[in-house]
Design a protein. Structure first.
Length: 505
């Protein structure tokens, strides 16, 4: 890190600490003004003296306000500061933005503040959102209380045609601090996505704002895209986008898919659906700040790639994937084939679903077969043996390569309608129809095209923990298969991978 980068980091941290202090203090205003006024072109004396003085002011302010230390999470998070506690806001007044066809008007965040004359005011964000996750820029309007009612005061702090999206809004003495995402393209073709903290000074007759960028958009060289799989709210694939750069950067929106090879597949863009996405009531995703090593996740809805019960192999198309700001994610391997593709917005949840987090999963299989591009998964037909039924999951290689696998398949029972989770299959070494004999420790199996590994799944028609119907789903790495247990099933259990095709050994 060079001197200028270190200085920028110091200013950003001081600014963040200052914005979290209680409102109504002249000290915080002075701190923010000092930090904002620190220019990187000023040389030796101010370069270090001013940050140290500001740091001392912030520390003193923190002690006076009894601030708690803030902790950093390793998970990606919505890119906005946590505002200080504030009184509950009155309901936002109704404004008509004249949204375009199929767009819906949204009332976003709000804040209470005082203007420079000391008058109490309220600010609210408004924008228009479409079903595919696209949206207009934010518009902030301010209101004052007259006769117990909120009356329009002024607007235009952000104009929704300018593609500035409010991420958080905190009231201060004299105005607002707004963290915004600028979706408009930068100079010389630079993609949009700069995140800034803008301090608005609001006078009774107008407003002026000064912005300070805190993160740049993630570029293609910063990002690595890969496919993973998830169970909740139904088995589906997930596009994982990881920041492999050295600085925190921003991403936002619904990934766009362009098909390059294969039979034509339809693409649908949706904010929420069977495979997850945003929480109920959310019409637009929050931008994410990704620190180095952190990821954002976007659900992919469709039918999985694999080998069906008749042994037919489908070949998934090749997709080029980009973010809404034009940043390319390359051509990640997306194992979907048939039925079209549904793209959901990038969120912080690892399963791509904001309000349906993953259930606690059993120990996953290990070995080089997991996520191998040469791996082939298949399920055999359901066989009935007296009062019990079984099917066999097989893992092999599509060519002459070999891989290893050890452990139990992750099998789940799903509701036949919505595909929601009914049961995670208990893992047992063996059962009435087979499995691992003579040991309770799963072996490490070398699998190939001619000598695959297999695992037995079995259930009964009567017993405990019964379900009238549903589907069984098997997920491994970035792949999954689903099959029908053929009616009522009880006492579902799964046994470990063993060598061969029978699931027993």
């Amino acid at each position: 890190m060079n001197v200028e980068e270190l200085e920028n980091a110091i200013r950003a941290e001081l600014r963040a600490d200052a914005t979290r202090t209680p409102s109504g203090t002249g000290v915080r205003t002075a701190v923010l003004d000092a930090v904002s006024g620190l220019s990187p072109v000023d040389r030796p004396v101010r370069r270090w003296a001013v940050p140290l003085l500001v740091a001392a002011a912030v520390v003193a302010l923190a002690v006076a306000a009894t601030l708690l230390p803030h902790a950093f999470s390793r998970h990606s998070r919505p890119a906005h500061p946590t505002p200080a506690p504030s009184p509950s806001l009155p309901a936002a007044p109704t404004l008509d933005l004249h949204c375009a066809k199929r767009q819906q008007q949204v009332t976003g965040v709000g804040a209470r503040y005082t203007d420079t004359a000391g008058g109490v005011r309220y600010a609210y964000e408004y924008y228009c959102a479409a079903p595919d996750g696209s949206r207009t820029g934010s518009e902030i309007s301010t209101f004052r209380v007259v006769g117990g009612q909120l009356v329009f005061d002024q607007g235009g702090l952000l104009a929704r045609g300018q593609q500035h999206y409010v991420m958080s809004m905190t009231g201060t003495d004299g105005g607002l601090i707004v963290r915004e995402y600028d979706a408009s393209p930068g100079l010389s073709g630079h993609p949009g996505g700069v995140v800034s903290d803008v301090r608005w000074q609001i006078d009774p007759g107008g407003a002026t704002g000064v912005g300070d960028p805190i993160a740049q958009p993630c570029l293609a060289a910063d990002l690595k895209a890969a496919q993973t799989a998830a169970h909740e709210p139904m088995p589906h694939l997930v596009l994982r986008v990881t920041n492999r750069g050295h600085s925190t950067c921003s991403v936002w929106g619904t990934p766009r898919y362009s098909q390059l090879t294969g039979q034509h597949e339809s693409v649908l863009y949706s904010v929420r659906g069977q495979a997850g996405g945003l929480a109920a009531g959310q019409l637009s995703a929050s931008p994410l700040l990704l620190a180095p090593g952190q990821s954002g996740y976007a659900s992919i809805g469709s039918q999985p790639y694999g080998v069906d019960n008749d042994g037919r192999t489908c070949v998934p198309p090749t997709w080029a994937v980009t973010l809404p700001n034009g940043v390319s994610l390359g051509r990640p391997e997306i194992g979907l084939c048939g039925g079209g593709l549904v793209s959901y917005p990038l969120v912080a949840a690892a399963n791509g679903s904001v309000d349906r987090p993953e259930s606690e999963a059993p120990p996953a299989v290990t070995g080089s077969c997991v996520d191998s591009p040469h791996e082939v998964l298949s399920t055999g037909p359901v066989k009935v043996v007296g009062n019990r039924s079984q099917t066999i999951v097989t893992v092999g290689s599509i060519d002459s390569t070999t891989c290893t696998i050890s452990g139990y398949p992750d099998v789940r029972a799903l509701d036949p309608g919505a595909g929601t989770l009914l049961l995670i299959a208990p893992q047992t070494p063996s059962g009435p129809l087979g499995g691992l004999r003579g040991s309770a420790t799963p072996p490490t199996v070398t699998a190939s095209h001619d000598q695959p590994a297999s695992a037995l799944i079995e259930w009964s028609r009567t017993g405990s923990r019964c379900f009238a119907g549903g589907r069984l789903a098997f997920l491994q790495g970035g792949n999954y298969l689903a099959f029908d247990p053929m009616g009522r099933f009880c006492d579902l259990q799964v046994h470990p991978f063993v060598a061969g095709r029978t699931g027993s050994g």
